[in-house]
Ligand binder design. Structure first.
Ligand code: ADP
Ligand code: MG
Length: 715
């Protein structure tokens, strides 16, 4: 028998035809891929089929006994036949249909027991399988102890119409039988402490279990392995950072940071002070800071970041602030410039002593402004550069980049961060911020290489936002009342957002059930909000127009801004007090929480109206009620995690990580993740380069390569 290695191409083990399907359907190319294609579930012989549970469109594998089989001829086409086989599993009956396969009667005789797989269809009101794949169960009725039936448990694999579950099972068996010895990525002592089985045993037990306990034990082991390898990646990254040199950026007495702190128009919250101090001392170290600052919407992260940036400037370095959208970048630029006042007018008339310069760098700047910004960044004139992706893409040169701040981190990938960081010989300190509070497990899984700080409190004097669900279809009067409320706020000198889920320009992909920006704008202008000054903002506007609109709104030149979710992230107009979200059911829980964070940022209370036409009993309504009932972003994010699919939680950007997690759920396996993290830290601390753990080193490399490959595909 040939020696099979994990890296052996599947083609040479299972044959070209099967290998092709395995690759096209599941992306499996080598033996290890297939061995990690775990059964989706397991069926006990005897309770395999639940014919009563079948649903149209399902790919099913059932075990059943033939009750009757009969050929029918077509009336005017004597050479064509239809074979109808009725099978039962005791709980129900199902018809199998074959065309032009009259010979089936020979194998599918009465009382034959077999496995059938196919897609459940419907014909004249009865469920059926057409041309199901069929495997007879031992014809003699004898069940050998070695056969799958003898084991009593049948693994059910994720399968397709082209490749039934048991064909996959056969392929797996070929791999397992010929498999050479395997190195275990989980070290023996780590396994022993936790009573986890070794990789060989676990593979055997997950694919060919003889008892429920076996596959359960095997799953536990592989679940741990997934968490462990991922945590080892993070542990190594952290360890590497600990050894990377960075320039210390100590605080300067009487410097910009101090002078700025003194003139702040408000008192910092305890949380802000504490985290600003922590970051301050991180910056004094000679190793790069790598910190995640998460904070409730409106908790004032920008000021904390600004204090850090000024400390770096005081120490002779520069800071870059990376924002996900142009709107947000220019808002940050505006806010920072105005907060700093003459401290930001370096080299200008009226600039304070030792003042610096704050430059904006986005893709849409005119050539002149951009060159100026580029020049200031390269010469070091600009202590702070605020920008969008353009900062990464345009190979901006910094004289001495000391700190990179990434705002709204969830919009960026790990690799985009490193694109900027790796450019300099000496790594800058990195602070990433997110206003989407993430549960601990997700933080450990996605940002496992970062230290985290959390801002929980809001600045004093903030009135909580009141949120109300407006069921427009059931209660049209409430809708009228909503627009009245908007009018009242505007009459009181305040401003309002109306958020819509789509723009409404000709675009086939748009969801026509919902109200578009253009429609809503037109209706409001003609109807309930006529006479008010209504602006429009969406992602497809040219950048300068977006900016002009946002500026005008901030300056109070519009009363109402009808916008898409471009206002979701970070936009700060304290005078805005009401937000009406149209088709609110189209948004996620955390997204709604983000959106409503745009109002009530000043001293006046905020009001958020979630308009929906969804069914009162629909899950969507439940989500909206949850958002209305809680203003705690952390609680809502936990709910979000429970409601959404794993992949959405980790984010499309983290697809490399996601595809490596087959059994591990960031939602359900917090204890496994914590345990694996401790284990990985210990192993990496003792053997940082994993020289003594070659199998783990290989698994870590493989995971990093997937992540890398994902990134390359995206760019
Ligand atoms: P986020 O954390 O959501 O990014 P921002 O940094 O945009 O929040 O801050 C929201 C608003 O609160 C800004 O207008 C900011 O100037 C203001 N702010 C920040 N810290 C305080 C504070 N301690 N007291 C009062 N207002 C504050
Ligand atoms: Mg912000």
């Amino acid at each position: 028998m040939m020696q099979i290695e994990p890296s052996t191409r599947l083609r040479s083990v299972v044959g070209d035809k099967t290998a092709k399907v395995l690759e096209s359907a599941f992306g499996l190319t080598v033996v290890d891929d297939l061995l990690r294609h775990y059964p989706r579930r397991y069926a006990d012989i005897g309770q395999l089929t639940d014919l009563s549970d079948l649903m149209v469109g399902q790919h099913v594998t059932i075990m059943a006994r033939v009750v009757s089989a009969k050929n029918y001829a077509f009336r005017n086409q004597p050479r064509k036949t239809r074979t109808e086989v009725v099978v039962t599993d005791g709980t129900g009956r199902l018809t199998l249909t074959f065309f032009q396969q009259a010979w089936r009667l020979k194998t599918l005789t009465e009382n034959t027991v077999g496995l059938f797989a196919g897609e459940v269809g419907e014909y004249r009101g009865t469920l059926q399988l057409t041309h199901p794949d069929f495997e007879p169960v031992d014809g003699s009725g004898e069940i050998s102890a070695d056969s799958r039936l003898g084991r009593g448990i049948i693994p059910i694999y994720p399968a397709t119409a082209k490749l039934a579950s048991w064909r996959i099972e056969q392929s797996v068996a070929l791999c397992l039988d010929g498999l050479a010895s395997l190195d275990d990525p989980v070290p023996a002592d780590v396994r022993a402490q936790r009573g986890l089985s070794d990789v060989r045993t676990a593979l055997e037990e997950i694919h060919r279990p003889r008892a429920k306990e076996q596959w359960q034990r095997a799953r536990d082991r592989f679940r741990f392995e997934e968490a462990f390898v991922l945590q080892a990646v993070f542990a190594q990254r952290r360890h590497a950072l600990e050894r990377d040199p960075a320039t210390a950026r100590p605080a300067l007495a009487g410097g910009l940071r101090e002078r700025f702190a003194e003139r702040l128009p408000f008192v910092l919250t305890e949380g802000q002070k504490e985290i600003a101090d922590v970051i301050g001392s991180d910056l004094e170290r000679t190793h790069p800071m790598h910190r995640l600052l998460q904070g409730e919407v409106g908790s004032g992260k920008t000021v904390v970041a600004l204090l850090a940036m000024l400390q770096v400037v005081d120490a002779g370095g520069q800071a870059a602030l990376l924002a996900p959208t142009e709107v947000l970048a220019s808002q940050h630029h505006r806010a920072i410039t105005s907060l700093l006042g003459d401290l930001a007018q370096g080299g200008m008339l009226g600039g304070a002593d030792g003042a610096t310069r704050v430059q904006l760098l986005t893709g849409s700047l005119g050539a002149k402004t951009r060159n100026e910004a580029l020049l200031d960044a390269a010469s070091g004139e600009a202590g702070i550069v605020v920008g969008t992706h353009a900062l990464i893409q345009e190979h901006v040169q910094f004289a001495d980049l000391g700190l990179l701040v990434v705002d709204e981190q969830h919009r960026f990938g790990v690799e985009q961060r490193s694109a900027l960081v790796d450019r300099s010989d000496v790594k800058p300190h990195v602070l990433v911020m997110t206003a989407t509070p993430i549960p601990r497990t997700v933080a450990m899984t996605v940002f496992g290489d970062l230290e985290t700080s959390t801002l929980r409190e809001l600045p004093a004097g903030r009135k909580p936002i009141q949120t109300t669900v407006v069921p427009a279809a059931e209660r049209p009067a409430w809708m009228d009342r909503a627009w009245e409320r908007v009018r009242e706020e505007v009459d009181g000198g305040k401003q309002a957002y109306v958020v819509v889920s789509r723009i409404g320009v000709a675009d086939e992909s748009e969801d026509k059930e919902t109200r578009s920006l253009l429609d809503v704008h037109a209706e409001l202008t003609a109807g309930p909000l006529s006479g008010l000054r209504i602006g429009m903002l969406h992602g497809r506007l040219p950048a300068d127009e977006k900016d002009a609109t946002m500026n005008a709104f901030a300056a109070g030149e519009f009363d109402v801004l009808v916008a898409t979710t471009v206002v979701e992230v970070g936009v700060d107009v304290p005078n805005a007090t009401v937000m009406v979200v149209m088709d609110a059911d189209r948004f996620g829980v955390s997204q709604l929480h983000q959106l409503r964070g745009r109002v009530g940022r000043g001293s006046a209370p905020g009001l958020c109206l979630l308009v929906t036409s969804s069914d009162p009993d629909a899950p969507a309504r439940e989500r909206l009620d949850a958002v209305a009932a809680s203003t705690d972003g952390f609680e809502l994010s936990r709910l979000d995690v429970e409601l959404r699919h794993e992949g959405d939680v980790l984010g499309a950007r983290q697809s490399g990580v996601r595809s490596s997690l087959r059994l591990l759920s960031v939602v359900r396996h917090e204890d496994v993740i914590t345990d694996a993290r401790d284990a990985a830290l210990e192993v990496v601390a003792a053997d940082p380069s994993l020289d003594h753990h070659p199998a783990l080193a290989a698994a870590v490399r493989a995971l990093e390569e997937t992540e890398q490959a994902d990134y390359l595909e995206r760019t």
